[in-house]
Design a protein around this ligand. Structure first.
Ligand SMILES: Cc1cc2nc3c(=O)[nH]c(=O)nc-3n(C[C@H](O)[C@H](O)[C@H](O)COP(=O)(O)OP(=O)(O)OC[C@H]3O[C@@H](n4cnc5c(N)ncnc54)[C@H](O)[C@@H]3O)c2cc1C
Length: 347
């Protein structure tokens, strides 16, 4: 027969043990981090004062998601953003479930509003350099230095837009980087596909999912691989090899959008949308941080979002060719959770 006494003793012991553990835990937390709730600063394991647990550099979808996760993880966070989001030129973010069609400004406004209840500070400033090491980094700004235990880099990529007349003005408004993001609004219309290299040109096939009227513009810069030419001919994709003079816009609903692509001899090919794959590069900050990159120039991270530099995590476009707002947000959230684990385990 089962005796009740051991259970009663166990319960008493358990209560005693819990009290001891709670005291131990408090001692451990205050002992290692030296923090009380109302202190303005934290200490690292080494006992040196730092301003934040984490500085998140870059306030796009990945940075906001990281800051939210860390805020909810009861961390003291600084989110800094230079105020130049990659999709600044686009009027909508499409394909973000529950946010389909939201404007980038509204996305950021809501994100910051929701961060307000956590210990997350937002500042609009450029980070120029990250010095120091895990537990004690210095993030250098034009007007000062902030210290932090960890860093998440969420600064996106730089699109190197071609110097073709009209291109920059139509980027995000008739000229787009991704058919999933902006193809649905232009479906069944005549599309152009501008690619800076033969490798990029092969992506034109994707466009046929939205329209059967596709012209690939090589701008006279390269010859298409034979297999691509055969495939394009089979799918009804035309190839225009003449040099480009520029992009012609038209007004629609008070905004400029694409009307045609103009060739060197003045001929205009009507296009309502142009998908373009400009080359990308890392920001100056990332290029100078000494993070390992792969052969495509993307920052290498492991499944936890850790970079090659201890204590530095990264998330979003700078780590992947599959670039989207939701993908970046998911990566930011994951990296933040893993960073928080690391802080809990190693301080
Ligand atoms: C024209 C266009 C339209 C797009 N449309 C869509 C769409 O409809 N749907 C979709 O899912 N995706 C879209 N995308 C892709 C999407 O915008 C990106 O995948 C997404 O924004 C990546 O998020 P991120 O957080 O990695 O970087 P970003 O959004 O690029 O944010 C990085 C931030 O870091 C800041 N920053 C950079 N360097 C520093 C520094 N040194 N210090 C401080 N801050 C810094 C920048 O100012 C920027 O605000 C579009 C992209 C473009 C170019």
């Amino acid at each position: 027969m089962e005796s009740k006494e051991p259970t009663a003793i166990t319960r008493r012991e358990w209560i005693k043990m819990s009290a001891v553990s709670a005291v131990g835990l408090v001692a451990c937390v205050t002992g290692t981090r030296g923090r009380t709730d109302d202190e303005a600063t934290l200490t690292t394991n080494g006992g040196e004062m730092v301003d934040y647990d984490v500085v998140v550099i870059g306030g796009g979808p990945s940075g906001h998601a990281a800051a939210l996760m860390l805020g909810r993880g009861n961390r003291r966070v600084l989110l800094v953003d230079a105020g130049a989001p990659r999709n600044a030129a686009a009027s909508h973010i499409n394909g973000f479930v529950t946010r389909d069609g939201v404007s980038p400004n509204e996305f950021r406004r809501v994100a910051r509003e929701q961060l307000a209840k956590y210990a997350v500070t937002f500042q609009e400033r450029w980070a120029h350099e990250v010095r120091g090491e895990s537990g004690n980094f210095e993030v250098v700004f034009g007007d000062g230095v902030i210290t932090t235990r960890r860093v998440i880099v969420c600064v996106g990529m730089v699109d190197e837009l071609p110097d073709l007349p009209g291109f920059r003005g139509l980027w995000g408004a008739g000229i787009f980087q991704c058919p999933y993001c902006h193809g649905w609004e232009l479906k069944d219309a005549p599309w152009g596909f501008w690619a800076s290299s033969p490798e990029m040109a092969t992506h034109a096939l994707l466009a046929t999912g939205w329209t059967k009227d596709v012209v690939v513009f090589t701008d006279g810069r390269y010859a298409l691989p034979a297999e691509a030419s055969v495939l394009f001919a089979q799918r009804g994709i035309r190839v225009e090899t003449r040099r480009l003079k520029g992009f012609v816009s038209r007004e629609e609903g008070g905004a400029s959008t694409l009307a045609a692509v103009e060739l060197e001899d003045g001929e205009r090919i009507a296009c309502v949308g142009l998908m373009a794959r400009p080359p990308q590069r890392q920001t100056k900050l990332v290029a100078e941080m000494g993070l390992a990159t792969d052969e495509m120039g993307l920052v290498v991270v492991d499944s936890m979002g850790k970079t090659s530099r201890a204590g530095v995590f990264a998330a979003g476009d700078l780590c992947t060719l599959i670039q989207s707002a939701l993908g970046a947000a998911a990566a930011g959230q994951r990296a933040a959770a893993m960073l928080n684990n690391e802080l809990l385990m190693n301080g």
